[in-house]
Design a protein around this ligand. Structure first.
Ligand code: GLA
Length: 374
């Protein structure tokens, strides 16, 4: 049991699963993530000093950050994120006060369920709470995204931090990443459930491959802008891209094709969610995976094997990788009555093919930032 008696607030933010709209947030597309009950929790109390003291429930480390040196902790292993968040939050014009923080994370690391976004968002929300500030979850998300870009070196879009901060229990967020307009769509899956499975293959080179994809789609945008009055790739229609296919290198065309088609899929998926058409939603998930595998090339052997094992199971309506890819999780829509058998069969098949045993997570769709007075 962790002793939380000395803290005054419990502040948490969510991990997320993205249902559809993968690798389009940084192209101005729409995405459809859900915040999860897998969370990072920060117990906090103001301490009246000029230090932020950090402790973890699952690490022996204890770190003390001086408020007037927050920019100088870039070399720290874990605490660089917290120092970075505090620094950027203050740079954005907010008060940061000395406080004690105890951090407890239930989002599995490296799973593609945005443990880092949950850590960044909850840290900033805890700092704001300690300083008695009113919270704007959208602003928290934007500063957290900047922290991820600077301190993790990933030129990420806004999806993860936005979902982590602004999620709503029982709902998916249909987020327009160009305008940050959002609509909450109730997740009523009828007799189906969402099943999240981790392929358990250690991630590697995610940052560099992610940044490489971003450069590729930026190249596509620069070239397409010469022919269409667009500000982002999400504004381009699939047929418009095909008209100018010949001016793009094949690899650049493939990347852009994924983006414009995935944007269309999000529209259809939102419709299927609203009308409760699970068969349609499942088909769209399968098509998204195929595109991420063959056009965007961010899946790899393990995620392909896991998604295909799921897709081939009779209780499954659709399955795809979720998050950045190169390892991490799949999300599947599965008939409730078949979930247990699905997990067993998929795990056996996947293990036979890859040598890794997948993990399944029992979790719910929950709120983004939650602040509780203790
Ligand atoms: C990572 C990034 C997000 C998004 C996804 C892919 O999770 O942090 O911004 O680009 O990959 O959809």
């Amino acid at each position: 049991m962790i002793d939380t008696s000395k803290y005054t607030y419990k502040v948490s933010a969510a991990g997320r699963v993205n249902l559809i709209g993968e690798h389009v947030d940084y192209c101005g597309g729409k995405v459809m993530p859900c915040a999860l009950s897998l969370r990072n929790t920060v117990y906090v109390r103001p301490n009246g000093t000029d230090k932020i003291n950090l402790e973890w429930t699952d690490l022996p480390d204890k770190v003390s950050l001086e408020l007037d040196k927050l920019e100088s902790y870039k070399e720290l292993k874990h605490a660089k994120y917290h120092a970075g968040c505090a620094h950027l939050w203050r740079e954005a014009g907010h008060k940061v006060v000395g406080c004690d923080l105890l951090l407890d994370c239930t989002v599995p690391f490296g799973s593609g369920l945005s443990s880092s976004a949950a850590i960044e968002v909850s840290t900033i929300a805890a700092l704001a709470t300690a300083a008695d500030e009113k919270l704007d979850p959208v602003e928290v998300a934007l500063v957290a995204q900047k922290a991820e870009q600077i301190y993790a070196g990933v030129k990420c879009g806004i999806m993860d931090q936005y979902a982590s901060a602004n999620g709503k229990a029982g709902h998916a967020i249909l987020l327009d990443c160009k305008t940050l307009e959002r609509e909450y769509i109730p997740v009523n899956l009828g007799d189906c459930a969402i099943v999240i499975a981790n392929c358990n293959k250690p991630h590697n080179l995610v940052e560099s491959k992610y940044n490489e994809r971003r450069e590729e789609v930026e190249t596509a945008l620069t070239l397409m802008k010469k022919h269409f009055p667009i500000t982002c790739l999400a504004e381009l229609k699939p047929y418009e891209l095909e008209e100018y296919k010949s001016i793009l290198l094949p690899v650049i065309h493939k990347r852009a094709k994924h983006v414009v088609e995935e944007c269309e899929r999000v529209r259809f998926a939102a419709q299927a969610m609203r009308t409760g058409d699970m068969a349609k939603l499942g088909e769209i998930l399968n098509a998204s995976h195929e595109s991420l595998s063959t056009l965007y090339e961010v899946t790899g052997k393990e995620l392909d094997s896991l998604a295909h094992a799921a897709q081939n199971h009779p209780a499954c309506l659709g399955s795809r990788m979720t998050g950045a890819g190169f390892g991490g999780c799949t999300v599947s829509i599965v008939k409730r009555s078949g979930v247990e058998e699905f997990k067993k069969k998929v795990a056996d098949q996947y293990e036979k093919e890859t040598g890794y045993r997948p993990a399944f997570y029992d979790c719910e769709i929950s709120d983004g930032i939650v602040v509780e007075k203790l």
